[in-house]
Design a protein around this ligand. Structure first.
Ligand code: TEU
Ligand code: CA
Length: 539
């Protein structure tokens, strides 16, 4: 439940995730960067989003596209400089757009000075920043295979939950915790408005303990002891307290959204608390594999029951196949209905760049076109298990996150099909993808529908702060109402492939509609939406 007390800025913010390398190049090298991003602030303002989440931009060898940070206090030369960053923040703020940045606290690149020192000088204090052992235990990496790698030129192995080039930090060590608070302070001082905390429930705050003994139906290890470790809430609350206190002393309110690596609501919900994260990413809803309105409705109801505060509503990110392909099978009407749900349902909406034009997945035709370390790793593991090349490719494609990382389709001559930053996306990127420029010129486009919905969301407090009056599903028609004081916004979305009678009270003002067929009775066409406003008399 949301209590109607003091409101926070992020509760009325529509966020938009920018995958740095693929958004906008500003210097002609084909790699998205801060100069390019700054040049697109007018576009973002026109679309109406007022919060940005930018993926890691720190110096990095980019084994995992920047989630392998080599230096937390700088900008990777591919993305620009600290001055470019400052300029971007200043220009975003001038347009009323807030910016949260992605921080990776669980692990560092093996190119990071701490790790290099830890291996070159085992007596140094940095050895205890990581986990070194003589022998691996049976823990497996989230990218497949053992979570242990032999140290270069040494005799021990070190622990990594992700790629071998991403060494896990020892969060039991106070020096690690203090160093990471310094990182957060550095970026708060540069004006960021909050953080997206990468895999925050994965922090190793209780060391290397018991073996993970169970496997799921797909044969993957269940992470019973390497994540959600005892002490994790204290560890996260130390981070959150620091950010809140430090911001408050500077008269600011920072936003903390946690990537908690779970798809079950019951495992996500405990991390969202006053002294912990403001919100968690609701993967229980957002990362569903195929479209099922019954399941969506069930999750909306469950989030209402189980979450303290607001859920997050999203169906896209840089880690999952795009909703246009995964959920909507290239049906633009269905994408419009999903957009209405994303922006009208109760929760903080997170859009992902390109979804506003319905960008579909990019499908690499061979493993040589894949950059994602997770995909390549699974390809090699499959081959090692004796699978054929085509079976290994299928496995890699299933795991491949490049699908959603294709360059933004602006309609520039230069980079409309692919980005040189993403060399795996080349000849096989299709040419007939939707383009931003075309959609801006077409008032009936998905882009304009997103713009309408975003504006409605921002203009109507009921859509930000209102609780549900109704939240029901009947034969594919999702009906909900959001109330704040005497104003009620009624939303009806027809998720069925049949036309559906719609409740259209003539005394309610129509705020927006799509596929509305007026007659006796009124109908919503398949995937149509009707949004109306009722103002009740105040007695
Ligand atoms: O994602 C975590 C990640 O890879 C998830 O798929 C995780 O395995 C899952 O939530 C477990 O249930 C973050 C970043 O978003 C991703 O791009 C990085 O590769 C990863 O962390 C490592 O930093
Ligand atoms: Ca560039």
């Amino acid at each position: 439940m949301l209590t109607d007390t003091k409101h926070k800025w992020w509760q009325s913010t529509v966020f938009y995730e920018i995958y740095m390398a693929s958004f906008q190049d500003g210097n002609g090298d084909g790699i998205g960067d801060f100069k390019g991003l700054t040049s697109r602030l007018d576009y973002l303002q026109d679309l109406g989003v007022n919060g940005l989440w930018i993926t890691p931009f720190y110096p990095s060898p980019k084994v995992d596209n920047g989630y392998d940070v080599a230096d937390y206090f700088n900008v990777d030369p591919d993305f620009g400089s600290l001055e470019d960053f400052d300029h971007f923040i200043e220009k975003a703020h001038a347009r009323g757009i807030r910016v949260i940045i992605d921080v990776v606290l669980n692990h560092v690149s093996t190119e990071h000075a701490w790790f290099r020192e830890a291996v070159s000088n085992p007596e140094s204090k940095y050895r205890d920043y990581f986990f070194f052992q003589d022998e691996p235990n049976g823990w497996e990496s989230f990218f497949g295979g053992s979570a242990w790698e032999k140290e270069p030129d040494g005799t021990q192995v070190y622990y990594h939950k992700f790629a071998p080039e991403q060494a896990d930090l020892n969060w039991q060590n106070k020096a690690v915790r203090d160093d990471m608070l310094r990182v957060l302070k550095f970026w708060l001082d540069r004006g960021v408005d909050g953080f997206r905390l990468d895999v925050i429930n994965f922090l190793s705050c209780n060391g290397i303990g018991e073996e993970n003994l169970h496997r799921d139906s797909k044969g993957r290890q269940i992470h019973d002891h390497d994540i959600d470790q005892p002490g994790i809430y204290d560890c996260i609350s130390e981070i959150c307290d620091f950010v809140r206190d430090y911001s408050a002393r500077r008269g600011k309110e920072s936003f903390l959204v946690g990537e908690v690596g779970h798809e079950e609501l019951s495992k996500l919900a405990p991390y969202q608390r006053d002294d912990l994260l403001d919100v968690v990413f609701n993967f229980n809803l957002g990362s569903m594999g195929s479209f099922d309105i019954g399941e969506i409705h069930g999750q909306l109801v469950a989030m209402e029951d189980q979450l303290v505060g607001l859920p997050t509503i999203f169906f896209n990110s840089h880690d999952m196949a795009r909703s246009m392909s995964r959920l909507c099978h290239d049906n633009a009407e269905q994408a419009a209905a999903l957009a209405a749900l994303t922006l009208m349902a109760k929760g903080v909406s997170f859009l992902y760049f390109g979804e506003e034009i319905g960008m579909p997945d990019y499908i690499p035709q061979s493993v040589s076109e894949m950059q994602d370390v997770q995909a390549v790793n699974h390809y090699q593991l499959a081959l090692a298990e004796g699978k054929s090349i085509s079976e290994a490719y299928d496995k890699a494609l299933e795991e491949c996150r490049d699908k959603s990382r294709l360059y933004m389709q602006w309609n520039d001559d230069k980079f409309s099909g692919f980005s040189r930053s993403t060399p795996w996306i080349g000849e096989t990127a299709p040419n007939n993808l939707p383009k931003v420029e075309e959609q801006i010129n077409d008032p009936d486009s998905l882009w304009h529908w997103y713009k309408t919905l975003i504006a409605l969301r921002r203009d109507n407090p009921a859509l930000n702060f209102g609780n549900y009056d109704i939240l029901s599903l009947e034969k594919g028609l999702l009906t909900f109402a959001r109330r704040r004081q005497n104003k009620i916004i009624h939303i009806q979305i027809n998720f069925s492939d049949q036309k559906h009678p719609v409740n259209h009270n003539p005394s309610h003002e129509v705020l927006a509609s799509k596929g509305l067929d007026l007659g006796e009775p009124d109908y919503l066409l398949p995937f149509g939406t009707l949004i109306t406003r009722e103002v009740q008399d105040v007695c």
